[in-house]
Design a protein around this ligand. Sequence first.
Ligand SMILES: [Zn+2]
Length: 335
Amino acid sequence: MRELDLTDDDRLIYEREIAPWLPPRLFDAHSHLMLNRCHPGLPDTMAMANDPLLADVDLSWLEHWWATLLPGIDVRAMVMGFPTVDVLMAEENRIVAEQCGATNHRFAWLVKPSDSLDRLEADIQRYRPSVLKPYMCFVEGMPINDARITDLIPEGQLALADAYGLAVMLHVAKPAGMGDPDNLRDISRLAAEYPNCQFILAHCGRCFITPNAERMVAELPRMDNLWMDTSAVCDSGVFLTVLQHWDRTKILYGSDLVSAVGFRGTYARMGMSWHACTADKVTGGMADRSTFAAYENLAALCFAMRFLGLGPSEREAIFCTNAERLFGSIDVARR
Ligand SMILES: [Zn+2]
């Protein structure tokens, strides 16, 4: 039996910096299952897979994390498989659909650029996901960080999402993420051409550092079908920028639990890049005061919200009701 324990510092951070700003009900718009049997190469491709708390995440273990990190909060979520190069995608998608389809959670369907449209449409009709989830590691024939949005998800797949009124969870490539001019140009065009497809820009448009977020908000349009989630970003400068200069009614709280933020450490700025910095990399005896990256993310977001004076209804919107509005508009029962 694996035990997830909180330290005194974890509790202090939660009680002082996070809990006072949370509503009683929360929608986690970005979370993952990761079944080890669907990732045969995982111990080699992801060091965190060797941590029993972070690996082999089924829905009940994900729910245990929410209950431990967010005690007393009622959590609904959008749940995805975990995109790795070696993922047995059909199997993990089916397990996610089976575990989440019987609950009031929503779920996503992992897609590769090479997936056939006939197969994908049949899966949409059979399993009824709310979201399609492409990812950089599935791009072939180019350095993955050069990929444009339509290299991650071809327009045929976007047209299917549009026809079925689904969302697409985009983890955009390029060193500046959504601050990149190609990505900004592409998202403006695609959101206009596929108006029934709801585009969610994961990780604040994958802007983990403030200068990239500033470049993004300078040009990112406000559109009905364009959303952003807050997952994994641990830099309050990014949240201050986005909350101040973009559309607060389209921002969704997301955790990225479990494997990507359940470690002790943070996503740290390193000049013009950023890296997962785990507690075991820190020398000098201070690492044992570290907390979960999931708490670093929430503390940074809550700091930005209170610094900018967001009231209870605006905080509730970001933590819950914006996502309820989005996912409530995706009618999976209609198919
Ligand atoms: Zn994620």
